[in-house]
Design a protein around this ligand. Sequence first.
Ligand code: DX5
Ligand code: ZN
Length: 225
Amino acid sequence: MTFDRSLKIAPSILAADFANFGAECAAVEAQGADWIHVDVMDGHFVPNISFGPATCAAIRPHIKGVMDVHLMIAPVDPYIDAFANAGADVITAHVEAGPHIHRTLQAIRGAGAKAGIALNPGTPVTAVEELLDVADLICVMTVNPGFGGQKFIDMTAKVRALRDMIGDRPIHIEIDGGVDPTTAPLVRAAGADVLVAGSAVFKGGTATNPAPYGENIREIRAAAE
Ligand code: DX5
Ligand code: ZN
């Protein structure tokens, strides 16, 4: 994985057909997705359950590019090796998920993946100030995590402050929640480079009729650029 700040669209498979993840990942990549965003929920840190490392391992062979795993789980540390062994390129943990996020980020890197930190909407940007040397990605949540299809919460000022704080460090800024052609330009202008989008990418298409995925991705990209 090489670092750059070019715009990357990362469809969240939370909005895909759960009975057909392999084909959905391949279809959305063929239609122009840059990364595949994989949302892991435990029914404890967030009020919903999605799937775990076995599902990540099963879909890995169907993804050519970056598999971006967003852990909405607590605790995180006992499961890092399982997600790294499943082939995650990026593993993102929430700063709110435990008292030892610094150790968690070191452990993610130690397992051979890029280390991401996610921030809930209610968490200030100062929460990551001491973590910049151990992070490869910071995910600014623009919804309260747990469900797809929620309304965008404007975190533009937080993204701008984060972009200033990062300076020249090779750290991606990712936005997750409610990204569509109207909200994407706001966060891109504020300094984000990875835009996660679930419902806005998968609406209208299927793995056997994937053209709408391409149209949706192009629409988000064009609006953001
Ligand atoms: C929220 C997840 C998001 C979500 C994005 O808990 O982390 O990745 O699925 O879905 P949309 O784009 O529909 O808000
Ligand atoms: Zn996510």
